[in-house]
Ligand binder design. Structure first.
Ligand SMILES: [Fe+2]
Ligand SMILES: [Fe+2]
Length: 261
């Protein structure tokens, strides 16, 4: 199943970025991030005050953060290489730079927490993580399919609400570095979601029958994500995840894959 936007003028980058504008935004974001990080005392940054139990439980979350970003740099690089028109390619290229920054922020968490690198991948490959979903994305080559599945569905779901929950949870347990990372990443992810949504909407506006394919892609993605709900043990997270996605998907005519509540 391949979708093509025939009239590419239907897609406009909602952030209206140019190289100059992007550099300005990203420089400002980086300065804001470094300023927030500078308020955290060194021993707190180095996880000296969290409970040992927190750290052993958090390795899985650290791996979900780190490897999702690592996957994102790779699949959005593929999308940039295969983008069917310039305006879309430009969005992918700027996102590529964002995801690399997120990846480095998450690597620092693992390093400061003193988690040996050999433990990172096994933590992500165990059941109940985002691994299966992102490995699916990494098999794709079509830019449109990657952007609809990754930016619209996955980032749309793991949007501002979900990252706020993760940030609050980390902060409450004394993990201020993860909290600052989540707040910073979400400011970029919001931009990734909006161009993913703009592409999805353009595809549906141009040809309403594209909706059937997008519905199939959505169903496939959410089914790959459901294991992260751990059989209902992370219900608050899962419902927040679905709710943020449905908020952008239902107005475009998509139907729920899983009911809510
Ligand atoms: Fe990211
Ligand atoms: Fe992103």
């Amino acid at each position: 199943m391949r979708l093509e936007l025939k009239d590419t003028s239907r897609f406009k980058d909602p952030a209206n970025l140019t190289w100059d504008r992007y550099m300005t935004i990203q420089t400002r974001e980086r300065e804001r991030y470094l300023a927030e990080k500078a308020t955290i005392p060194e021993d707190v940054l180095n996880f000296k005050h969290v409970s040992p139990r927190y750290l052993s439980n958090a390795v899985e979350q650290f791996a979900n953060n780190y490897y999702s970003e690592e996957a994102a740099t790779r699949y959005i690089g593929t999308a940039a290489a295969h983008a069917p028109f310039e305006e879309l390619k430009k969005c992918c290229v700027f996102q590529f730079a964002d995801e690399q920054r997120h990846l480095e922020m998450d690597r620092e968490v693992f390093d400061r927490a003193g988690i040996p690198e050999r433990d990172w991948l096994p933590a992500w490959e165990q059941p109940g993580t985002t691994c299966r979903f992102f490995r699916h994305l990494l098999e794709l080559e079509d830019a449109v399919e990657i952007i609809v599945k990754a930016n619209f569905v996955a980032e749309g779901a793991a949007g501002p609400g979900t990252f706020a929950v993760l940030a609050d949870g980390a902060e409450a347990r004394g993990d201020r570095l993860s909290a600052v990372n989540h707040h910073s990443r979400v400011r970029d992810e919001t931009r990734h979601i909006s161009y993913g949504r703009a592409l999805t909407k353009a595809l549906i506006d141009e040809n309403p029958s594209n909706l059937d394919v997008i519905q199939k892609w959505q169903d496939q993605c959410l089914r790959l994500f459901v294991e992260v709900n751990k059989g209902g043990h992370r219900r608050a997270w899962w419902e927040g995840f679905l709710a943020s996605y449905y908020k952008i998907a239902l107005p475009l005519g998509l139907k729920k894959t899983y009911p809510l509540g």
